[in-house]
Design a binder for this molecule. Structure first.
Ligand SMILES: NC(=O)c1ccc[n+]([C@@H]2O[C@H](COP(=O)([O-])OP(=O)(O)OC[C@H]3O[C@@H](n4cnc5c(N)ncnc54)[C@H](OP(=O)(O)O)[C@@H]3O)[C@@H](O)[C@H]2O)c1
Ligand SMILES: [Zn+2]
Ligand SMILES: [Zn+2]
Length: 356
């Protein structure tokens, strides 16, 4: 007899679903993936609101699949585990980020980088993908999540669920590339876009010992960015402001740009062998750059996608050690449409977290 038939619970959940591009989110009963012995079920207490949720609901990256339930900064209590599950047990508090599955066979998976799994069917995004059983994957604007243990992480004891949630996307997406490019004391890190990801970029770079420059598209966040820990602040469109950092930055972490983005003003800010790291995923493409511009100062250009499970565990440890805590504002899950409206208006300081 299969585990599914002996289970006393059920295979449905309630999620705040969109039925079409831009449609309001409506609570509806939906079907969970088919249970396997590698699965974990979580009663969701909190879910953060990511820029990618907005992109998916607005179809910034192409057509989305409906109905969809977005949300990939999920935290709650484990209510069920399959026989093969070793990472968490029933009763643990646990989180899930933007990835819920990987093929575990391709070279990227086998070398510890399943966040870059190259098997398009094996790579399962927390929402907008399909599980091997054929059921669509659904995210955390919901009461329940079910999925693969390999992408479920125990929440550290000294962290509440509401604080833990946003680490699983915004946190890891910014921690991993800063760590990989060796940000440390004497690094000078410019963080472009002081939003959900960007504010984590500031917190991590400070915790790694760097000097941090907030780089924002307007002057509106100056005070709050300094309060967050930035050592200085520049408005990216202001040429005079930028001049102060001509060839002074070791790293630029780009979490947000305007459609008129050009490379040259940012290359000008980097020291020799400096790193430009892009984690943003806007609906427009970056423009071409002049080949000589990357040669003359030996610039490294990086992209980074979320982070691997090992990097997630390392991040949680680092956050606990350095007491890195995101700035969040809570909304009741039932007010998700209001929260999304305020998110689109650029109001979060700096991450909205939905609470069941
Ligand atoms: N690489 C990955 O794995 C990964 C993971 C998660 C998210 N993402 C992507 O990362 C991006 C940021 O996500 P997020 O959750 O941090 O979003 P967010 O909270 O909305 O932050 C984006 C920031 O972009 C900045 N921005 C620059 N020019 C802007 C303009 N003209 N209009 C509005 N904002 C502008 C804003 O900061 P200022 O006001 O300070 O300029 C804004 O706060 C999204 O594209 C998302 O899809 C990528
Ligand atoms: Zn995200
Ligand atoms: Zn793979």
């Amino acid at each position: 007899m299969s585990a599914t038939t002996t289970y006393n619970g059920n295979d449905t959940f309630h999620g705040w679903a969109a039925s079409a591009k831009g449609a309001p989110l409506v609570l509806q009963e939906m079907t969970l993936k088919q249970w396997t012995e590698d699965d974990v079920e979580i009663k969701i207490s909190h879910c953060g609101m990511c820029g990618s949720d907005d992109h998916y609901l607005c179809e910034s990256w192409g057509p989305s699949t409906y109905p969809c339930v977005v949300g990939h900064e999920i935290v709650g209590t484990v209510t069920r585990v399959g026989k093969n599950v070793k990472y968490v047990k029933v009763g643990d508090r646990a989180g899930v980020g933007a990835q819920s599955g990987a093929c575990q066979r391709c070279e990227n998976c086998l070398t510890g980088n399943p966040n870059t799994c190259s098997d398009l069917k094996g790579f399962i995004l927390t929402y907008g993908s399909r599980w091997p059983c054929g059921t669509p994957s659904y995210g955390g604007y919901a009461d329940k999540w079910r999925g693969d243990q390999h992408f479920v992480f125990k929440v550290p004891d000294n962290m509440t669920n509401e604080i833990a949630a946003t680490f699983f996307c915004a946190g890891i997406t910014t921690y991993a590339p800063l760590k990989r490019t060796d940000v440390k004391a004497h690094s000078v890190v410019g963080v472009m876009g002081i939003g959900g990801l960007g504010h984590y970029g500031v917190l991590w770079a400070k915790a790694m010992g760097a000097k941090v420059i907030g780089m924002s598209h307007s002057d509106k966040k100056r005070d709050v960015a300094l309060e967050l820990g930035c050592d200085d602040y520049i408005v990216t469109s202001d040429k005079e402001d930028r001049k102060r950092y001509f060839k002074k930055m070791t790293h630029i972490l780009c979490t947000g740009t305007s459609p008129d983005f050009q490379w040259e003003p940012y290359f000008d800010l980097l020291k020799v062998n400096g790193h430009f790291i892009n984690v943003s995923l806007p609906k427009w493409d970056f423009p071409p750059f002049h080949t000589y511009d990357i040669l003359k100062n030996q610039v490294f250009i990086h992209g980074s996608a979320i982070g691997s499970p090992n990097e997630i565990r390392e991040m949680l440890k680092f956050a606990a050690e350095k007491n890195v805590r995101p700035w969040i504002q809570k909304y009741s899950m039932k007010d998700v449409n209001k929260a999304m409206e305020n998110f689109r208006a650029g109001k979060p300081r700096f991450r909205f977290v939905l609470e069941n």
